[in-house]
Design a protein around this ligand. Sequence first.
Ligand code: SAH
Ligand code: MG
Length: 228
Amino acid sequence: MPDTAPDQMPSDLLDLARAAKGFMPGDEGDLLFRIALERLPHGPGLEIGTYCGKSGIYLGAAAQRVSRATGATAVVFTVDHHRGSEENQAGWEHHDASVVDPEFGLMDTLGQFRKNIARAGLEDHVIAVVGQSRTVAAHWRTPLSLLFIDGGHGEQPARDDFAGWAHWVDTGGYLAVHDVFPDPADGGRPPYELIYLPALASGAFSEVAVQGSLRVLQRTQGSAGDPL
Ligand code: SAH
Ligand code: MG
């Protein structure tokens, strides 16, 4: 049954997503899969913050299902410099020494991403863009059916991600934001204060779903490229 239920991932992909290294709880990944399934028939999706491709498997599984249903290749771009966020560096809480490149003494999650997406058979659907989110955004011109922001959680990266990307969400499209913590006791402020609140304050988005720290907003005013 799980393989055919309309809003559930095939169990083999679900196992791979659950096992992949990363920061996406299962129930939030399930919501990502469902919103991607809904939106990807309308155009490409984009994620900021690939890490090792854990969330990418949920998004890619949806893209694969949409492709099979429509006959056109649905895709999700995923942007990351693969050098880790502040909180992933040595000495910080979310550091993982197995993803450090010894030659440069810097994190490198690109290889893990590639393996995870290849294992899942999703290479046609999850397209890596390797670089600074801000730089990629400056050249981006394509309306998005779904934008998932899960990149740097410092103040500047959060500001840049909102300013550089949110306006590319098309009418009816979703802006999903991870690590949104309204209560400071639960976690860092920037995704809440500098992405989630400004998106709501712009008047262009309204909230449609919440699971854990994952918030999903829908663009109800304006269209892709219009300033917010
Ligand atoms: N979505 C992932 C977790 C992402 S962790 C999962 O499911 O596991 C955040 C990622 O954002 C890190 O891999 C880090 O390298 C990336 N990142 C942080 N700041 C960035 C920036 N300014 N540009 C590009 N990527 C960035
Ligand atoms: Mg996150």
